[in-house]
Design a protein around this ligand. Structure first.
Ligand code: C2E
Ligand code: CA
Ligand code: CA
Length: 301
């Protein structure tokens, strides 16, 4: 029996379904039926094109400033990856990071990110404040990849940059999943001097009492808490308690996704250290971030 067309479609759909299923974790991508075909085609194309994208220089890093909650001085910047796809335009990391993780390409891509961040740090060294840091996001797949630590060490010695200058942002779930493997790598990064930021705090299942077991220098409170602090008393109480406890444990606390003056005011009241969010700036290309650094402080609206 001659099979025409069907197997190809079936394979393609299985491929897409697989990618989609993997993407459902943190990113909650949802694909609804009316545009299923175009979405399916898009996922298929993105998965296929990802392999060539690094070679063709299609990735770019944007930076979002983190400011001191009291002085509004730019104390740090988070590197956030974008993909300039030749057909689809700018693609969000929420869409392609899960694909990169599923295909293992995240290892190469992640190394490119570290390399670029080190170069950027070097070029901004003369215009940044004392103790300025840049942070970058790392996936679990990178951390458990054999040789990750050696490659990171090599990149830092080549760049000649103080390890303390670069923060690795790691999501809360990695401290709980496959606990031992992650702990070992995270610990060696810290031994070398890198700071670790616990990203998206509050979205996982860890309780406040677990904070003492999470060895990190910075705690980033997830946007979902920040979103409601001005309208929900309970969220404000939780955020205040988290900040108090984190401070007692010697951590610096950063609030993510701050969009309104009201949120900022409440976060200042509960002694939050750092603020990141659209209120101050969206993530911007490197050249624009440099202009922000030259201005030292950001004024709101
Ligand atoms: P994340 O690390 O939690 O990054 C913060 C996300 O929130 C960014 O989305 C940022 O643009 C967005 N954001 C910042 N301020 C605000 C705000 O005030 N309001 C709202 N609504 N959103 C805000 P983005 O750039 O789309 O990144 C999404 C996620 O992709 C990141 O979440 C991170 O987990 C992942 N990601 C980005 N770059 C990398 C990377 O180089 N490597 C890895 N492994 N993951 C990355
Ligand atoms: Ca992050
Ligand atoms: Ca986050």
């Amino acid at each position: 029996m001659k099979m025409v067309g069907i197997p190809k479609t079936a394979v393609r759909e299985a491929y897409i379904a697989n990618r989609r299923a993997r993407a459902m974790g943190k990113y909650q991508l949802s694909i609804t039926s009316p545009d299923l075909n175009s979405q399916a085609y898009r996922s298929f194309r993105l998965g296929k094109d990802l392999h060539q994208a690094i070679l063709h220089n299609q990735f770019v890093l944007y930076y979002q400033p983190r400011v001191d909650a009291k002085t509004f001085e730019v104390v740090s910047g988070e590197a956030l990856l974008r993909w300039q796809h030749p057909e689809f335009g700018m693609v969000s990391p929420a869409e392609f990071i899960p694909l990169a993780e599923a295909t293992g390409l995240i290892v190469k891509l992640g190394e490119w990110v570290i390399e670029q961040v080190l170069l950027a740090y070097q070029s901004w060294q003369t215009i940044t404040c004392e103790n300025f840091t840049l942070s970058l996001n790392v996936s679990g797949e990178q951390l458990i990849n054999f040789g990750f630590q050696d490659r990171v060490d090599a990149l830092f010695s080549r760049a000649g940059i103080d390890r303390q200058a670069i923060e690795f942002e790691i999501t809360e779930s990695l401290f709980t999943d496959r606990h031992d493997q992650f702990q070992t790598t995270i610990h060696s990064l810290q031994v070398q001097g890198n700071r670790i930021a616990l990203d998206d705090f509050g979205t996982g299942f860890s309780s406040l009492s677990r904070l003492k077991d999470l060895p990190c220098e910075v705690l980033k409170i997830d946007r979902s808490f920040v979103l409601h602090i001005s309208i929900r008393e309970d969220d404000r109480i939780i955020v205040e308690a988290v900040i108090k406890l984190a401070h007692a444990l010697g951590m610096t606390v950063v609030a993510e996704g701050v969009e309104t003056i009201e949120q900022l005011r409440l976060l200042q009241e509960v002694d939050c250290d750092g603020i990141q969010g659209y209120l101050f700036s969206r993530p911007v290309p490197a050249e624009q971030f440099e202009q922000i650094l030259l201005g030292k402080k950001i004024t709101i609206g």
